[in-house]
Ligand binder design. Structure first.
Ligand SMILES: [Zn+2]
Ligand SMILES: [Zn+2]
Length: 252
């Protein structure tokens, strides 16, 4: 065969292969929680972050929580082309959600996947409760996927003496940032911190003033409301920041 024709055929085959693998990248079941942490944090491969939020009708995210999320992501993730938040409503289909129900909803409604220089985080805002733990306020269940139990957050108790200083939107901020923290591999998901700050509740931080403290993602968040510190934490402490930065610069 003519060498020029052979080279052309090889090039076409290579291009078909490249397109196919890019399109299928995230549908692969091999990606686990924490696997995209460096892709979220670093700015070289993925320069834009798309946060797709599908919320059950009547349970939208609060604007204040989204503002806090946007500002935290800008602080920790290097995304020179920006962060785009895209909310959409979906019909109510249940009042109790299992892992399979949550994955099915994502399969049905998710529109955005990693493509070119865009990386995506997918957030489901749900009514009702998580079937595995009906005290759960949030859940990170995939390398790029989070569920927020908004109705549960809206109904979570606040100590009567703190109602002038705290409202349920403050809970929502903390839960949302906490679950994003798990997407960013906090704590010790697929890396080992050089600082000893992982709690006995795995993949959480020992510092109750850190957003990665374990009780933030359940109704036990109420125990963090104290006279001296009425607001639940919505930011990472020094140890978690150290890990985020190490992942960002390739130190882990
Ligand atoms: Zn957690
Ligand atoms: Zn921490």
């Amino acid at each position: 065969m003519n060498r020029k024709i052979l080279a052309t055929i090889i090039l076409i085959l290579f291009q078909i292969l490249a397109v196919t693998s890019a399109g299928c990248f995230e549908s692969s079941t091999s990606a686990k929680l924490g696997d995209y942490a460096k892709d979220y944090l670093q700015g070289s491969k993925y320069t834009k972050l798309i946060i797709e939020i599908d919320y059950v009708e009547g349970f939208p995210p609060s604007n204040q929580a989204l503002d806090t999320l946007r500002s935290r992501m800008y602080s920790y993730c290097d995304k020179p082309e920006g962060i785009l938040i895209i909310p959409n409503s979906i019909p109510k289909s249940s009042s109790t959600y299992s892992d399979d129900d949550i994955r099915d909803l994502e399969d049905e409604h998710r529109n955005y996947h990693m493509k070119g220089s865009d990386i995506v985080a997918y957030v489901l805002y749900l009514n009702g409760v998580y079937s595995t733990n009906d005290d759960a306020l949030g859940l990170a269940y995939g390398a790029s996927s989070i569920a927020i139990f908004k109705e549960k957050i809206d109904n979570a108790d606040i100590p009567f003496w703190a109602t002038n200083q705290v409202d349920n939107t403050d809970y929502e901020k903390s839960v949302l940032i906490h679950e994003f923290g798990h997407l960013l591999a906090m704590v010790n998901i697929g890396y080992e911190s050089e600082r000893n700050h992982e709690d006995i509740h795995k993949h959480h931080c020992i510092n109750e003033k850190c957003v990665m403290y374990y009780s933030i993602e359940t109704v036990s968040i109420i125990t963090l409301i104290t006279q001296s510190n009425p607001l639940p934490p919505s930011d990472f402490d020094d140890d978690c920041r150290h890990d985020l930065n190490m992942l960002k610069i390739g130190g882990y």
